[in-house]
Design a protein around this ligand. Structure first.
Ligand SMILES: Cc1cc2nc3c(=O)[nH]c(=O)nc-3n(C[C@H](O)[C@H](O)[C@H](O)COP(=O)(O)O)c2cc1C
Length: 336
């Protein structure tokens, strides 16, 4: 009897979880994203995620040490179609900076793909479509797979990085000084280099340096009560579920990608003398609705966390926050 109960326990647990309002809210957000993905206008973002994903699959195939003679058949037609679409948008002078980078990358990867791919009827048809596209100017930056730089292991690099990591600490008291936007942008340039699932980077750092908006947003952030008065800059990290194609299986990527980028962002801030503190954001329909009301987050977006940012106040203390030791955090070849 006990054995039978413990066997059904995971099923009961997942049923209860699935029916929990918070999870239902997440599923609801995901289903809104799926609906939104069906939109296919030039301004819609869904097909751009598709293009990023397909081009990334192809570049991985090209980077393979022993590439197959035929690969990527599932993706090339769509990749060429979408690259052509970006070319048309550029021709109509409607191209954004982001679209330009995506178009050049896509074009160069496809060009390399058709250079190396073996003979195949399907490839032949798509190649014809690709050859109708105009050549691109890559501005001197080749965007096809390359051999990475092998730097000689440098102890001082490690020490410098360790020093930065030790210096970074959750900072909750700030000087009443405006944070220059250039400093934020420089930190985001570091964050942009973070890894992301299928290179989709389905998140955005929304930066608020308007005191009225900051005050409104802070009403929703429980974990900062008592500290919030000195904040002059607040970031809300927002994930875009449209990248998940409505699929539950990849929906956690927005949380992982945004969190990886946030860590780099914090190091980028710290390296310029700015302090920051992550602020918890719960999985809650009411909380998301509050941000929807204040800053208009969409029904397919989820706030992932917030960050207080500013010049650290030397007269404000920081918590010691004892970290776990290396032995507690790592296990080699552990098999339970
Ligand atoms: C996802 C996340 C949520 C957090 N939420 C809060 C918060 O709401 N309020 C707060 O004061 N600190 C918050 N923190 C900061 C943590 O308390 C802090 O990172 C942790 O104690 C380690 O300390 P350190 O950042 O100084 O190394 C959060 C950190 C993370 C990563």
């Amino acid at each position: 009897m006990l054995r039978r109960l413990s066997a059904t326990r995971p099923k009961i647990c997942s049923l209860i979880c699935a029916l929990h309002p918070a999870y239902l809210h997440e599923q609801w957000t995901l289903s809104n994203a799926w609906l939104e993905r069906q939109k296919d206008g030039d301004k819609d973002v869904g097909w751009r995620y598709d293009l990023r994903m397909t081009i990334h699959v192809l570049e991985k195939g090209l980077a393979h040490k022993h590439p197959k003679s035929i690969f990527g058949l599932r993706h090339i037609a769509r990749a060429v179609e979408l690259t052509a679409r970006l070319e048309r948008i550029a021709d109509e002078c409607k191209e954004s900076v982001g679209d330009k980078g995506l178009r050049i990358w896509a074009h160069e990867v496809l060009s390399e793909y058709f250079r190396v791919i073996g003979r195949n009827e399907e490839v032949k048809t798509v190649r014809c479509a690709f050859e109708k596209l105009k050549p691109v100017n890559n501005g001197g930056i080749a965007r096809t797979p390359y051999f990475r730089k092998i730097s000689s292991a440098n102890e001082s690099d490690y020490e410098a990085f360790m020093k930065l990591a030790q210096k970074r600490v959750s900072t909750r008291w700030f000087l009443p000084k405006t944070v220059p936007r250039e400093m934020i942008d420089k930190a985001i340039a570091v964050a942009a280099l973070s890894p992301s699932g299928c290179c989709q980077q389905a998140f955005e750092f929304r930066i608020f340096d308007d005191s009225t908006l900051i005050k409104q947003l802070q009403t929703g952030i429980n974990g900062f009560t008592g500290f919030s008065e000195s904040v002059t800059c607040l970031a809300v990290v927002i994930g875009d579920f449209r990248s998940a194609m409505g699929r539950v299986l990849t929906h956690h990527d927005i949380y992982i990608d945004a969190s990886l980028a946030t860590m780099s962002f914090q190091y980028g801030l710290e390296a310029q003398g700015l302090g920051s503190c992550c602020l918890h954001w719960p999985l809650s329909a009411e909380k998301d609705a509050l941000f929807a009301k204040i800053i208009g987050i969409k029904s397919y977006e989820r706030p992932i966390m917030c960050l207080a940012i500013g010049f650290p106040d030397p007269e404000g203390k920081v918590a010691f926050s004892q970290k776990k030791c290396v032995e507690e955090l790592r296990a080699y070849n552990k098999v339970n």
